[in-house]
Design a protein around this ligand. Structure first.
Ligand code: SAM
Length: 245
């Protein structure tokens, strides 16, 4: 899907992604703040607000490509520390940082950190009330596989929410954003993480990702219903929502 027709192409993409996040893990949270000018915090809050986790023990979610745990921490807090979450990521370095942060916040009783691939979740069918993925799915070579897996692990009545960079819908913002992403982001990457190339790759992956409408179509194709999306910051990012009914 989306240009990775061959096994070699897919594997190369995933290897590249793994290398990027292994290298940036320790600085990932700082980099996120710098490169999104802090906006990722508001976007994650918007996703968790739309999810509106209940304040009920036994409600379970999986945060795929959960990295250093940001989204999972917010969900647990929004549930008044009742939700139980699985943070799944392909990268042990990111998960290591996440587990450390969880312990510091005393959220380790609510969360487990699991190494795994979004394309092939080693998780049972119908086991979660919600599946979330933030800035993760564009890194996954086969998006359709990841969406099918999301559908599989959700309980009937379960909710899918995805936060991802998307297509800017304001021409003026679009040009400013292009300049920011193609010039500033790799420069920040070079200055802070001494790694320009990794950040060039990340910007390129944003450009290649399907726009709001096309991604909504892919979500429907996986079986989700009532698919909807909300733009954030003029479409720089978008949240997609779907239900397994
Ligand atoms: N969700 C976190 C956040 O919003 O701060 C982390 C997002 S980070 C930009 C992308 C994450 O996707 C990385 O931690 C990376 O290891 C993970 N990832 C990439 N490919 C993956 C895959 N195939 N399966 C699971 N996680 C993957």
């Amino acid at each position: 899907s989306y240009g990775y027709a061959t096994v070699a192409g897919r594997e190369e993409k995933q290897a590249r992604v793994n290398d990027v996040f292994h290298r940036v893990a320790e600085r990932y949270d700082l980099m996120n703040d710098l490169m999104s000018a802090g906006l990722h915090r508001a976007w994650k809050s918007a996703m968790v607000a739309w999810l509106a986790p209940p304040h009920r023990a036994g409600w379970r979610f999986v945060d795929v490509a959960g990295g250093t745990g940001d989204v999972a921490f917010r969900i647990v807090e929004a549930s008044r520390r009742r939700a139980q979450g699985t943070v799944l990521d392909i990268n042990a370095s990111m998960l290591g940082v996440g587990a450390e942060r969880a312990a510091k916040r005393r959220l380790d009783g609510n969360l487990v950190f699991v190494e795994g691939n979004a394309e092939e979740l080693k998780l049972p069918d119908m086991s979660f009330d919600a599946y979330t993925i933030a800035f993760g799915i564009r890194n996954v070579p086969r998006i359709d596989k990841a969406l099918n897996e999301a559908y599989r692990v959700l309980k009937p009545g379960g909710r899918f929410l995805c936060l991802e960079f998307s297509e800017v819908d304001m021409p003026v913002l679009d040009r400013a954003y292009e300049a920011w992403s193609f010039k500033a982001i790799p420069r920040i990457g070079e200055a802070v993480a001494n790694d320009r190339e990794s950040y060039e790759y990340l910007v390129e992956s944003i450009r290649r990702f399907p726009n709001q409408a096309n991604f909504a179509t892919a979500i429907r194709a996986a079986g989700f219903e009532r698919v909807a999306y909300r733009n954030l910051s003029g479409g720089i990012a978008a949240i997609h929502s779907g239900w397994k009914l």
